[in-house]
Ligand binder design. Structure first.
Ligand code: ZN
Length: 154
């Protein structure tokens, strides 16, 4: 990764960490879960409004955490809105692989650009303790999809 790219990624993370998008309650939420990362002290609640077809009509979050956990949650809400459950789960898997450095080669041709936008967080792969910060919102969102109330990284 070039230094310029690294700086750009940091800018985006700081921006989303300071001014998170979709940081609010969701009155019409049909699913929600609480995620806890005791290692860092990150605590987030993710709210999902799923349509009859299980498509994500809206997704928001609230909570407290480090810049990486908040930025990741903010970027996640932007990435998931309007997606089908299948696409959401595929993106979760791809994002998790990216954060843990387990990506197998470049993204397939024609893949939507959602994963590219999340690439700003790929640097955490070099910092194992930060992986839990970056993936907390995603684990929490997946728990909500599965009808679970709570998830912890421990
Ligand atoms: Zn954290």
């Amino acid at each position: 990764m070039s230094n310029e790219l690294r700086e750009l990624y940091q800018e985006v993370i700081l921006d989303h960490g300071r001014t998170p998008r979709n940081f609010r309650d969701l009155e019409k939420a049909t699913a929600q879960a609480f995620g806890n990362n005791p290692l860092c002290g990150d605590q987030l609640t993710v709210y999902l409004a799923l349509g009859a077809d299980r498509k994500v009509e809206d997704v928001t979050f609230k909570g407290n955490g480090c810049a990486i956990s908040v930025a990741s949650a903010s970027l996640m809400t932007e990435a998931l809105k309007g997606k089908s459950e299948g696409d959401v789960r595929a993106l979760y898997k791809a994002f998790h692989a990216m954060c843990t450095g387990e990506e197998t080669g470049p993204a397939p041709e024609g893949e939507d650009d959602a994963l590219e936008k999340l690439r700003v967080l790929s640097g955490v792969a070099e910092y194992p303790t930060r992986v839990k910060c970056a993936t907390l919102a995603w684990h929490t969102m997946a728990a909500a999809l599965d009808g679970e109330q709570e998830v912890t990284t421990e």
